[in-house]
Design a protein around this ligand. Sequence first.
Ligand code: HEM
Length: 166
Amino acid sequence: MLTWIYSNNKLSFTLRCKTTGWCAVAFTTGDGRGMQDYDIALGGVASGDNYLNDYWSTSTTKPSKDSANNFVLTTASEADGYTTVQFERDPETSDTANDVQFKPGTEVTIAWAMHNSLDGDVDISKHTDRQVLPTKYILVPGAANMLESRVMLSAILAAIVVYLVS
Ligand code: HEM
């Protein structure tokens, strides 16, 4: 499960996996097939120590760790067989080669993966479960999205006014 909030020019994520091992989410401006151009946040709790790292992958092999970690770990916990990791990221980073840039209106494919027992603080082993989500998402709304929601809101308000005066 992944939820996010965009506020004050920060993206705040909560990622939750049914595992005591590593839990990861990937973003790509592509279609998500074959682990191509994935910007990955991979974290968890290993013997009480919280970890979160930033990776980039171009194929179905072990992703490489970015030289700069642009994901900022807020908290992580492990309870009842679930791992929850909360982290933040600036929508745009200086690591343009290895980070997806979430510009206003940028559509991304989201994928997740996890290992059902092994942690990924020192090294990562291949996932036991993974999935590419079927639809694309906009994490930072663009001017067009803002306009769309304003037009929709005005239409709803107009409908209410018409209803009340009729
Ligand atoms: C040692 C690390 C990793 C290895 C060796 C690896 C390897 C592979 C391989 C061989 C596949 C092809 C299908 C399969 O065998 O399941 C695959 C697919 C996939 N992997 Fe990884 N992977 C690794 C880490 C990751 C991570 C960290 C993510 C983060 C989200 C990820 C996400 C995915 C996804 C979503 C697919 C399906 C892609 C598709 O549908 O085309 N992998 N991986």
